[in-house]
Design a protein around this ligand. Structure first.
Ligand code: PRP
Ligand code: URA
Length: 207
């Protein structure tokens, strides 16, 4: 597994904004989307290309285009906030959905929804979810996709904890992980420290 912390001044600046307790829903959502968009540039850096023959207004020419379909899979709910930012960069990407929530006592992920495009097994799959805490949700989502035949899976999050990175490293060493920040630890309730609180609630104004 490779772990990439995407290091860019605008990502750091926007991340600070969403970490602040006073940032309200509209700004929070907009900045999550923008950070995901900035990350998309780096995540796509090693996407394979293929030759295609095109016709310009001048002549025929061999040029490059993406070799694989791309499927973005947000983990509901918070992953939804990252989808449009990445789609702006990859407008041909399809979108699948995984519904998981953490049991607040056991912190174990509970699955409640799954819907994927038919072509997902042969696509590059980007699992998106802002928070990698214990890693239980991300690990379960990757297992669900592997059961459907997916071979090229990458995890894209905003804030991770060392515990979550370690779990993915142990359970899914073949999956590359991209984060905007790696924080210190989890607290006794399984929240990332310093983190940004409950991302789903802050994105959608619940609580
Ligand atoms: C949050 C977050 C991740 C999960 C991370 O979702 O969006 O999916 O927790 O925690 P983990 O790494 O310990 O599994 P939550 O379960 O709160 O669901 P929600 O988005 O519906 O609020
Ligand atoms: N889920 C969140 O939304 N935030 C955390 O800090 C941990 C899990």
């Amino acid at each position: 597994m490779s772990l990439t912390i995407i290091d860019h001044p605008m990502i750091k600046h926007k991340l600070t904004l969403i970490r602040k307790i006073e940032t309200k829903t509209k700004d929070f959502y907009q900045n999550v989307e923008e950070i995901a968009g900035l990350m998309a540039y780096e995540i796509t850096r090693n996407f394979p290309l293929k030759d295609v023959e095109i016709t310009t207004p001048i002549c025929k020419s061999i040029q490059k285009e993406l070799a694989n379909d791309v499927v973005i899979v947000p983990i509901l709910r918070a992953g939804l906030g990252m989808v449009e930012g990445i789609r702006n960069m990859i407008p041909t990407a399809k979108v699948g959905f995984i519904g998981l929530y953490r049991n607040e006592e056991t912190l174990e992920p509970c699955e409640y929804y799954a819907k994927f495009p038919d072509t997902i097994a042969n696509s590059i799959v980007l699992i998106v979810d802002p928070m990698l805490a214990t890693g239980g949700s991300a690990s379960a989502a990757i297992t669900m996709l592997k059961k459907r035949g997916c071979k090229d899976i990458r995890y894209v999050g905003l804030v991770g904890a060392p515990e979550g990175v370690d779990l993915l490293q142990n359970n899914h060493p073949d999956v590359d992980v991209y984060l905007a920040a790696l924080d210190e630890k989890l607290n006794e309730k399984g929240y990332i420290v310093p983190g940004l609180g409950d991302c789903g609630d802050r994105l959608f104004g619940t609580k």
